[in-house]
Design a protein around this ligand. Structure first.
Ligand code: NDP
Ligand code: BG6
Length: 513
């Protein structure tokens, strides 16, 4: 299924029709899918999963016969679940046709089952409810584990034993965190594989479902102009930057156990890096892509303490408003050393990337919200313009910027002549601004990923060997940070983060973009 079905794009102001792809709903008419959101009473379910399911329904991407179940311990009725869901569903774009009718129809297909996470009896009861709705048709079952990781295995045990499909597929989407380090992650995988085979496990990293992250491969492999430049020969450094302009707000308890390196770098930013740096896959098949990602991850140098800077936000007052310190969060232990900011320099020891620093920066409570990839190119050799006109192109090297969010865009900084009779050079942008070029809204990452899981497309999910390779890069560093009780550099809430990050980049003669 393609989110472009029936859509159109603008070409020089003209609307171009996009070939309508067959609607998977009709293809799967004789199949049923029961989608169970385990942890339905929680934050992620409300904020992301139910709205994404509704959006898929609205766009006709869900199979014709589908049912959504919420499962959690809280005692709710079907009506109460529907009411909770309805408060978070939006039609995303105002004034869309029949949105409230569609919402009603969707909610009528949502049911709730209250149960304990480790109880096979409770999952048996859920199984009976599935059967009622499946009505003898081919039954496919998808479980979304939107729960804390300490109960992942209990749920998988109960659901796989008592609520697996008798004749179709049974799949589990597993939310992060997948462990805290190499050992705990391997242990989690070992336990999951006592009940499931790898093909049933869909480890989600929602950054892989973001439009511009998915577009990375298109940009590289469908454009002749980029791929030849994609190596140490032309690229001086690559920056992967994540920043949020709010603190841990409400998630301090979870966050303190993990910290920013595990929360953002080891998964979201590293996944982007792997897609950015991998070799050309044999095909676009999920296994071929994941093979290449594993290869590049396994070529990466293990991080050491010298390669990172860690920070933690402190309270700050600005314009009469005061912003709390991380440790002011009542769910965070006093004196916590958990980093809320980190910058790191990573290297890939292979022929393509030898010596090119990949600089990562991730932080909460910074001055702005955004996620971006910056590719800084080497300077133009020869410096023709400096010799004649004194224009130093070392300071204005080309840069390709991919703004993942917000205001999705891809732009290339080029040097250009300022129009006029004198020869003055100016750094300017060739800009692909998504909101102008593609006025149609961009689907949320969870929509893409839920649809892929239903369709059995594994390309954007993390395979276990990929996960092992990702943890191998970070685990020794994480252990050392904790054993040595490294004190994070404090930075004010709403600032640009600790100055240490600038010194780290300066070691490689790089300035953050
Ligand atoms: P919640 O803390 O809201 O937990 C979800 C549900 O799990 C709760 O409603 C509760 O349901 C049950 N639960 C919570 N704690 C326990 C416990 N100790 N023992 C048994 N059951 C418990 O989590 P989120 O919804 O925030 O997140 C779900 C998963 O998604 C987590 O793994 C999280 O790391 C991950 N995630 C969350 C994101 C977010 O933005 N929230 C973003 C990315 C990933 P009940 O009591 O009714 O059984
Ligand atoms: C989650 C992290 O995985 O991603 C959160 O646990 C973070 O701490 C979130 O806020 C950011 O996602 P997005 O899509 O809002 O950038």
């Amino acid at each position: 299924g393609s989110p472009l079905a029936g859509a159109s794009w603008k070409d020089d102001g003209k609307e171009m029709p996009v070939p309508k792809v067959p609607d998977i709903g009709s293809q799967l008419a004789e199949n049923t899918v029961s989608i169970t959101v385990v942890g339905a009473s929680g934050d992620l379910a409300k904020k992301k999963i139910f709205p994404a399911l509704f959006a898929l329904y609205y766009e006709d991407y869900l199979p014709q016969h589908f049912t959504v179940f919420g499962y959690a311990r809280s005692k709710l009725t079907d009506e109460e679940l529907r009411h909770t869901i309805s408060t978070t569903l939006t039609c995303r774009v105002d004034k869309r046709e029949n949105c409230s009718d569609k919402m009603e129809q969707f909610l009528r297909r949502c049911f709730y089952h209250s149960g304990q996470y480790g109880s096979e009896v409770d999952f048996c009861e859920l199984d009976n409810k599935f059967k009622e709705k499946e009505d003898g048709k081919l039954a496919n079952r998808l479980f979304y584990l939107s729960i804390p990781p300490n109960i992942f295995v209990d749920v998988v045990r109960g659901a796989s034993r008592s609520a697996s499909s008798p004749n179709g597929w049974t799949r589990f989407i597993v939310e992060k965190p997948f462990g805290r380090d190499s050992e705990s992650s391997s242990e989690l995988t070992r336990c999951l594989k006592m009940y499931l085979i790898e093909e049933q496990i869909f480890r989600i990293d929602h950054y892989l479902g973001k439009e511009l992250v998915e577009n990375l491969s298109v940009l590289r492999f469908a454009n002749l102009v980029f791929e030849p430049l994609w190596s140490r020969n032309y690229i001086r450094n690559v920056q992967l930057i994540f920043s949020e302009d709010f603190g841990t707000e409400g998630r301090g308890g979870y966050f303190d156990h993990y910290g920013i390196i595990r929360d953002i770098m080891q998964n979201h930013l590293l996944q982007i890096l792997a897609l950015f740096a991998m070799e050309t896959p044999v095909s676009l098949d999920g296994e071929d892509i994941r093979n290449e990602k594993v290869k590049v991850l396994r070529s990466m140098r293990v991080l050491k303490l010298d390669d990172v800077v860690v920070g933690q936000y402190k309270g700050h007052t600005k314009g009469g408003k005061s912003f709390p310190a991380y440790t002011d969060d009542p769910t965070v232990p006093k004196g916590s050393l958990t980093p809320t900011f980190a910058a790191a320099s990573l290297f890939i020891d292979n022929a393509r990337w030898d010596g090119v620093p990949f600089l990562m920066k991730a932080g909460k409570a910074l001055h702005r919200r955004g996620a971006e990839i910056r590719v800084q190119f080497r300077h133009v050799p020869g410096n023709l313009y400096k010799r004649k006109f004194g224009t130093d192109l070392d300071k204005a090297t080309n840069e390709l910027v991919i703004l993942v969010q917000p205001n999705e865009a891809i732009y290339l900084k080029i040097n250009n002549k300022v129009p006029g009779l004198s020869m003055r050079l100016d750094s300017s942008n060739l800009n692909l601004l998504y909101s102008e070029r593609y006025p149609r809204e961009i689907p949320d990452a969870y929509e893409r990923l839920l649809l892929d899981a239903i369709e059995g497309e594994r390309r954007l999910f993390i395979r276990s060997d990929e996960l092992d390779a990702a943890w191998a890069i970070f685990s020794p560093l994480l252990r050392e940070l904790e054993e040595k009780k490294v004190v994070p550099e404090l930075y004010p809430y709403g600032s640009r983060g600790p100055v240490g990050a600038h010194y780290l980049a300066a070691k490689y003669n790089v300035r953050w973009g």
